[in-house]
Design a protein around this ligand. Sequence first.
Ligand SMILES: Nc1ncnc2c1ncn2[C@@H]1O[C@H](COP(=O)(O)OP(=O)(O)OP(=O)(O)O)[C@@H](O)[C@H]1O
Ligand SMILES: [Zn+2]
Length: 593
Amino acid sequence: MMDIDKNNKLILGAELYSKVSSSRVLMVGAGGIGCELLKNLVLSGFKDIVVIDLDTIDISNLNRQFLFQKQHVKKAKAHVAKESALRFNPEVKIESHQADIKNTEFSVEWFKQFTMVLNALDNLDARKHVNAMCLAADIPLIESGTTGYLGQSYVIKKGVTECFDCHPKPTPTTYPVCTIRSTPSAPIHCIVWAKSYLFNQLFGNSEEDEALDQEKSEDNAQELDALAKETDALIKIKKAMGTSEYPKQVFDKVFKSDIERLLSMEDMWTNRQKPSPLDYEQLAKGRQVELTNADSDTLATNGLKDQKLWTIGECFDMFRSSVTKLSERLQEDQAKKSDAILTFDKDDDDALEFVAAAANLRAKVFDIQQKTLFEVKSMAGNIIPAIATTNAIIAGVVVMKSFEVLRGSIDTIKRTYLTTVSRRPHLLIQEEPSAPNPDCQVCQATSAIVYADLQKATLRSLVENILLLPLDQGGAEMTEELAVMDGDRMLYDIEYDDNLDTLLKDLKVQDGTILRIDSENGDQDLDLVIQSRESLDNVIQLAKPLKKATKDVTRKRALEDDSSQEQELKKPKTDNQVVEIGEDDEDGTILLD
Ligand SMILES: Nc1ncnc2c1ncn2[C@@H]1O[C@H](COP(=O)(O)OP(=O)(O)OP(=O)(O)O)[C@@H](O)[C@H]1O
Ligand SMILES: [Zn+2]
């Protein structure tokens, strides 16, 4: 037995050690938290780990994702993470997949093989998906996340705790389109204009970005119409893409004629400072003079290049060169695939330089403070810098939670927050877990497995032979006011029956698809997990008969399980219980709780 194992057995005790070493865990995401977590798992006795990540290693990951080194850039995160982690303990079995966890191959059945799932993700969409899969497979999920110095981790278990979707998550900030397009007043307005409007119009998807709130009102209707015309005129200019005149034409349009149009709307400027258009020829001349007069001292950058504020001449040069480079790239891509577009990526130097230059030129026009490339990168990417130590602390907390899950007392596992408070620079705050929200659309739906012969079953067979059929005949006994949804796609409701005689397979329902049956009369919703089976007695049938459930069953169960907990579970969520980190004097180990 290796030393690690011996030590783990001593630390965890024989019983927990045996549970840890015999469990099979899935880790989703091998980025900032994932790298720390995988290292922790192999060092703390886990022997059977599956790692999934869809991405490859970027150079910007190396400052905090310590399983990756320079020679690994562009390789799959999952595979490299596996290889590096194995070096801590070669006896562990690690299976790595470079894949999207949302792929249908990772079905509910597939999730069921795991003792628990550990999320180390960075986006809502994937988190919601794993949440739904773990609820359907009825296995515990440990959720975690960090932003800058803040972090959290908690356990989700169907019918016992809140799920990821029990409470709505704040939607990303949007900006009124007129603020961005006509009356910017802060650096972020110029950055959003450059990234969400100008970049998309010139190189990307010309549909308006969701960061721009297009809501029309009496006040802005006229301005919105004028802006639409302005956009049409910009689209015409795109015909010159690839010519040497192109950067000038774009420049004249967005920094001169559009600004002149704005100036002509006098009412707009009664209480605001007027913008001043930029002149291409003048800037070009000024830049010449700047370059001729500059001695090597002023040209040499002081400090880090991306943290130095560019002069207007430098912005001007950068604007022209990045427009040229991005146009060339777009044209090359379009030669291969006619509908190719570029999408803004903060790690794409040309795209970032374009956004920084355009935003700073616009800031000059509106007399707004300019920003360095570094600042633009973090604002345009909505980035709060990731901090290695925050990830490390949270990854440690996740492992502690995994031990508690294995000990079997999920209903008492606290939620842990890493936060900054005035009394101490950092503090872990523990909060009692909450019972599921009885109105949650996600975890309160009953779920059931449906066997379907996908070559033969139609939507009608699903509706008539399962959904509307009485319980005692093997159905779900729903009323006719129901809707069948595949994600956001509606397949059927009482007023939309066009698909009834279409085969499920032609509706893209496949093995592993989860269909959500919305009950539109307030009854319980139903999630149906489709499993493909051939030669069934009926082309479609429930795997197990359903029992009638009332909405409050899960909540009641959670409350009744342990009456001493009842008070805790009813407590409002905001009632934080601050727990000091106790320090064991003798050996300096930090104990949580
Ligand atoms: N649907 C998904 N399936 C599998 N892996 C995913 C999915 N969505 C995100 N991930 C992975 O989760 C990880 C999250 O890690 P992290 O938050 O550190 O992000 P990052 O992409 O490495 O860093 P940054 O976003 O700061 O550049 C990433 O490696 C990402 O590829
Ligand atoms: Zn829920």
